[in-house]
Ligand binder design. Structure first.
Ligand SMILES: [Zn+2]
Length: 446
C-alpha cells in the first residue's frame, strides 16, 4: 500500500486494480515474498515476544533457527488454535492469550480491542493494530467505489478495525447505517440523497428489513439501490433465496469472509471464489483430522499465518474453517489464492457415516415455501449422531395450522441428503432472537 495518501487519488478511475503491481504479482514473487517475510521477520519476532508462540514452540522443541525453508516450516512448525489461545489466557490470566508482542500501552500502535462476531459463544478479544486503511481498499475499488463517492457502512457486532478509514482512503465518504430493521427508513433516505456506490455489509437481517419496510414506505428496492455497483455479503454464505431477492433488486453481491483470523477473503467481479491477499497472509489447506496438505480444490482445513501483523501474530493457526482453495490464477487477472468456504469443522455432523454441513441442509429447507427464509439450526450434541435433528424456522402468516409442513420439510431434506431428519418447527421470529443481529448460530448443542 503506498505511504503517500495522495497516490490514492491519482490512479486512473477506470483502472481495474487498485494496486496492480501487487494484485497481479507473479506466483514466484508471491512465494519469495512469503518466505522472506515469514522466515526472516515474523517468526523470529513472534518467538521472541509472544508467550503463546514461545511456549508452543518450546514444547515442540523447535526454534526459529530450525526453520530455514518453507519445507522446514511445513515439517516442523507446531500449530496453534483457539483452544490454545483460551488455555493460555486462563492459565496466565492474560486477556490476549499470550499473543501480544508489544506493551499494551504502546501509544499510537495499539488502538483498539474488538471482538469477532462470536456466534460460538466465547468471543475472543482480538487486538487491533493502529488506525489507518486496511487492505480492503483493493476490494472496495473492485466493488466500483471511486474518489468522491459515498459508501454505506453498516454497523453490527463485528467491529473490525479501520473500515471507515479504508473508505476514506479511497477518497469516498462513509454513510453509517445501523444494522437493525428500525434503521431501514434511514437507509432508504440515504440511498436517495447520497446515491452510494458500495456497501459493507449486506446481510439476511437487512434483506428482511428492506422487504418489511419498503412496501409500506412506497420504496422500490431496485430503484433505491440502483446507484450501488458492489455490496459485500459477510457472516455466512449467500443462500439461494437471498440470491434470488438481491438479483431481483439488481444488486451485485460480493461474498466476504474471514481468513482464519489473519485477514479476509472477498470475491472479485468474476464471483469464482474469494481472493485473499498473499502478500498479507499465508494460507495452507490441510487434512482436517491430520497434518498433511490436501490437493488444490479439495476440502481442507484452513491454516493461516500472518505476514503483516506484528502486534498479535498468528503462526500456523488452525482456523476450524473448512474450505476449498485454489492457487490457479483467476479470470480477473489476479494471481493471489482463492477460497470457497464450506463450513466450520466444529459444525460438521456425521449421520449414518455421512458428513453434513449447514450448507448441505440450507437449499433443501429453502425449497419449501413456508421455510424459504432458510433460517434453521442443526442440533449437534456431538460430532457423530444417530439422527439428524433440525430446528427450522417458518413464516407465521397468521393462518391456522401448519398443515403437512413438517412432512414436506422432512422430505425435502431427505431427498437432498439421503438422510431422514427429525424436524422441529418454530417461527422465524423466535429463531432470529437467538443470534447477533446479522446471523444466527447454524449449529447448536441443544
Ligand atoms: Zn478474481
Amino acid at each position: 500500500m503506498p505511504d503517500d495518501q495522495a497516490a490514492y487519488f491519482e490512479r486512473p478511475h477506470d483502472q481495474r486494480y487498485f494496486a496492480p503491481e501487487i494484485e497481479t504479482m507473479p506466483r514466484e514473487q508471491i512465494e519469495k515474498h512469503r518466505e522472506e517475510t515469514l522466515l526472516g521477520d515474523l517468526i523470529p519476532w513472534a518467538y521472541e515476544r509472544s508467550g503463546l508462540i514461545r511456549e508452543t514452540w518450546d514444547a515442540a522443541k523447535v526454534t526459529p533457527a530450525d526453520v530455514q525453508s518453507m519445507d522446514d516450516f511445513h515439517e516442523k512448525v507446531p500449530f496453534i488454535d483457539k483452544d490454545a489461545i483460551r488455555s493460555y489466557r486462563d492459565r496466565h490470566n492474560d486477556p490476549y492469550g499470550g499473543l501480544l508482542c508489544i506493551e499494551p500501552r504502546t501509544r499510537g500502535v495499539f488502538s483498539a480491542i474488538f471482538s469477532t462476531s462470536g456466534t460460538t459463544g466465547d468471543p475472543t478479544p482480538a487486538p487491533s493494530a493502529g488506525g489507518g486503511p486496511s487492505f480492503l481498499v483493493r476490494e472496495f475499488w473492485e466493488f466500483g467505489c471511486r474518489p468522491g463517492d459515498y459508501f454505506t457502512e453498516t454497523l453490527f457486532t463485528f467491529r473490525g478495525p479501520g473500515i471507515h478509514d479504508t473508505i476514506r482512503a479511497i477518497g469516498a465518504t462513509p454513510v453509517f447505517v445501523d444494522h437493525g430493521s428500525a434503521d431501514m427508513p434511514f437507509l432508504f433516505a440515504a440511498n436517495e440523497k447520497y446515491r452510494p456506490t458500495a456497501m459493507y455489509n449486506m446481510s439476511l437481517a437487512i434483506l428482511m428489513g428492506v422487504q418489511q419496510h419498503a412496501p409500506a414506505m412506497g420504496v422500490d428496492p431496485e430503484k433505491s439501490f440502483a446507484s450501488y455497483k458492489g455490496i459485500s455479503w459477510a457472516g455466512e454464505p449467500i443462500g439461494p433465496r437471498a440470491r434470488r431477492i438481491t438479483d431481483d433488486w439488481g444488486l451485485e453481491l460480493f461474498q466476504h469472509t474471514a481468513l482464519g483470523d489473519v485477514g479476509a477473503a472477498t470475491e472479485c467481479r468474476e464471483h469464482d471464489g474469494a481472493h485473499y491477499w498473499e502478500d498479507t497472509a499465508y494460507a495452507e489447506s490441510l487434512d482436517p483430522l491430520g497434518t498433511d496438505p490436501v490437493a488444490d480444490e479439495t476440502p481442507g482445513e484452513l491454516v493461516t499465518s500472518t505476514l503483516i501483523d506484528k502486534i498479535a501474530p498468528l503462526i500456523r493457526y488452525r482456523s476450524d474453517d473448512l474450505v476449498r482453495r485454489t492457487l490457479a490464477p483467476c479470470a480477473c487477472g489476479r494471481t493471489h489464492g482463492r477460497i470457497w468456504t464450506l463450513g466450520r469443522k466444529g459444525d460438521e455432523v456425521v449421520v449414518e457415516g455421512r458428513s453434513v454441513l449447514p450448507m448441505d441442509v440450507w437449499h433443501a429447507i429453502e425449497l419449501v415455501d413456508e421455510t424459504s427464509s432458510g433460517i434453521f439450526q442443526i442440533i449437534r450434541p456431538q460430532r457423530e449422531v444417530d439422527v439428524l435433528r433440525l430446528r427450522v424456522g417458518y413464516r407465521d402468516d397468521g393462518k391456522k395450522g401448519l398443515g403437512d409442513l413438517q412432512e414436506r420439510v422432512t422430505a425435502s431434506v431427505a431427498e437432498a441428503l439421503g438422510v431422514v431428519p427429525d424436524v422441529e418447527l418454530v417461527t422465524n421470529e423466535s429463531l432470529l432472537k437467538l443470534g447477533p443481529p446479522h446471523k444466527i448460530p447454524r449449529v447448536t448443542k441443544a
